[in-house]
Design a protein around this ligand. Structure first.
Ligand SMILES: Nc1nc2c(ncn2[C@@H]2O[C@H](COP(=O)(O)OP(=O)(O)OP(=O)(O)O)[C@@H](O)[C@H]2O)c(=O)[nH]1
Ligand SMILES: [Mg+2]
Length: 187
């Protein structure tokens, strides 16, 4: 068992998880976390550094790091990679013209050794702005563009959500905790 696995296993025993929320600027990372916290999402400004929130869910304590996604801040993302239990990658379903840019940043993370083995949850956010009959094709397009089916280093989940309507927001923590619990079980 490698050192990283030992650290992860120890943290899981303590029921503490480190969650990293990343994605392009304006994708809705801070809004999603704010909605999870049941707080007001109407006055959210771009994140210039990071926000950290401690959330208790299903016997776990999640330390959620929401980092700013503007291109000038992306250079600092790697300061947060260590000991990450779950990477949440946030995509703006209403700005598919930025999907390639999202993929090019995402691909760098998939090459990142420090993130190997963490859970990976892809949020297709702003789904309230996608017509209902286009949701499935939008999710499929994102799966294909991000080459999700080729990812072997992570357990992957993909969830259409809305930080504004709250759609599927309650499933985010459930997914993170259940993925981490399953991993603990097989370690
Ligand atoms: N319609 C809709 N708007 C959303 C949703 N989530 C976020 N927004 C809006 O998108 C804008 C950007 O949201 P933020 O939460 O600041 O995005 P961010 O990813 O944290 O951005 P950075 O901090 O710059 O990286 C805000 O105007 C939000 O109100 C959503 O699910 N639906
Ligand atoms: Mg933000």
């Amino acid at each position: 068992m490698g050192l990283l696995s030992i650290i992860r296993k120890q943290k899981l025993k303590e029921h503490e998880l480190r969650v990293l929320v990343l994605g392009l600027d304006g994708g809705g990372k801070t809004s999603v976390v704010t909605k999870i916290l049941h707080e007001d999402t109407s006055q959210i400004a771009p994140t210039m550094g990071f926000n950290i929130s401690t959330i208790h869910h299903s016997n776990f304590t999640l330390n959620v790091w929401d980092i700013g996604g503007q291109s000038t801040i992306r250079a600092f993302w790697d300061n947060y990679f260590m000991n990450c239990d779950c990477l949440v990658w946030c995509i703006d379903a209403n700005s598919l013209e930025r999907l390639q840019e999202s993929f090019s940043e995402f691909r760098k993370l998939m090459d990142e050794e420090r993130l190997v083995g963490s859970g990976l949850l892809i949020l297709v956010n702003k789904i309230d702005l996608v017509p209902t009959n286009e949701i499935e094709t939008t999710v499929q397009l994102i799966r294909k563009t991000l080459k999700i089916d080729e990812i072997t280093n992570h357990n992957v989940g993909i969830l259409p959500v809305s930080a504004i309507t709250g759609k599927n927001i309650d499933r985010i923590l459930d997914w993170i905790v259940s993925e981490a619990s399953e991993r603990l079980y097989i370690l």
